[in-house]
Design a protein around this ligand. Sequence first.
Ligand SMILES: Cc1cc2nc3c(=O)[nH]c(=O)nc-3n(C[C@H](O)[C@H](O)[C@H](O)COP(=O)(O)O)c2cc1C
Length: 393
Amino acid sequence: MTHRRQFLKYLAASPLLANFSAFAQEVEETLGERLTDPGEVINVFEMEALAREKLPPAHFGYLATGVDSDETIRANRAGFSRFQIKPRRLVDVSDVDTSIDLLGIEAGSPIILCPVGSQGAYHAEAELGSARAAAAKGHHMILSTQSSTSVEAVAEARGAPIWHQLYATNRWENTVQMLQRAEAAGCAAVCLTIDLPGGRNTETQARMTRSDTRDCTVCHTGQLKPMFDGLDMRGASLNNPAMTWEVIGRMKEVTDMKVIIKGVEVAFDAAMAVQSGADGIVVSNHGGRATETGRGTIECLPEVVAAVNGRIPIVIDGGFRRGADVFKALALGAAAVGIGRPYCFGLGAFGQAGVERVLDLLNRELLIAMRGSGTVDIESIGPDYVHDLGQRA
Ligand SMILES: Cc1cc2nc3c(=O)[nH]c(=O)nc-3n(C[C@H](O)[C@H](O)[C@H](O)COP(=O)(O)O)c2cc1C
């Protein structure tokens, strides 16, 4: 065992594994033998380690991967250290309210479940497990185009209006049909993802898939993505490389849903989104899975907030693993914070119960950060509560 710990310490120091935050936390490899109840898991990093133990390598690889050298994944985490929390004392924090109203969506927490595709790869409950956990804990959720479960079933399981994430394919008639389907299912907004116009290089996934000895063709049969049912996808690509800002206006002509733009990282695009009629922005680099920018989303947030200047709400995602991370983003001007991998670690480890545990852990940490900083509700967390150390070297 001592040797194993030493080996894990060696691995933790290795740049090769720096994106596996579980190792950086010195989480033991055999955690799963001891932690059989989600209630015993004490943070998101342990949940990640459990998911890694339980999932087939190819499926965990899909969840964990970034692009190229996973530099942007690391930047998403490293970016938080640029900002420090400035707490205020002797404020009555006996009653702290974490609820939000985001474009008419009321939720008990500012933490949103972001769209993550193919959740059937993590647990048989798939998106239904996530939606039920979101409902049980009062969280808003965004469903992926690439879901393993239909938007109708997920909307019903959530029991409140969700947002639908859209990959506008290169056939406009497909886009229109997906918008109509999401709207008919009761979705309040469509969240158009704009950060994948031209493919990506997911090497961590490729490496882990190579180590998976199972025969994938046994499960990967037929159409696994219900949102594409009835669409003519022959020769169609998931993303449209010709898409430009006018797409927002075109979408608004065919849907009454609000239009949110996901994947904005710079002030120029934030201004373009507002000018083009977007109702909201998600500052996102797809969890380090799109363009290898090397820039964390929390580092992008201040310029986007300045460009938007309060005209539309800003959601941010990428690397949020602690309540304190969420607090920093709210202080910098985000209206809400999205998580992708963390709740899927919970899903992979325990199904719905694991997702609920992840949400409980993050909500508890956020509550502690709010109480500890003297903030009684989300609106009161402003720029005075955060110190910016400036650009990272
Ligand atoms: C396995 C996986 C699948 C994803 N699928 C989608 C998707 O279908 N559509 C989308 O807009 N974003 C997708 N994302 C990005 C997430 O919505 C979110 O931006 C990202 O996961 C946030 O970073 P985090 O995982 O560090 O929390 C995916 C992310 C992961 C990890």
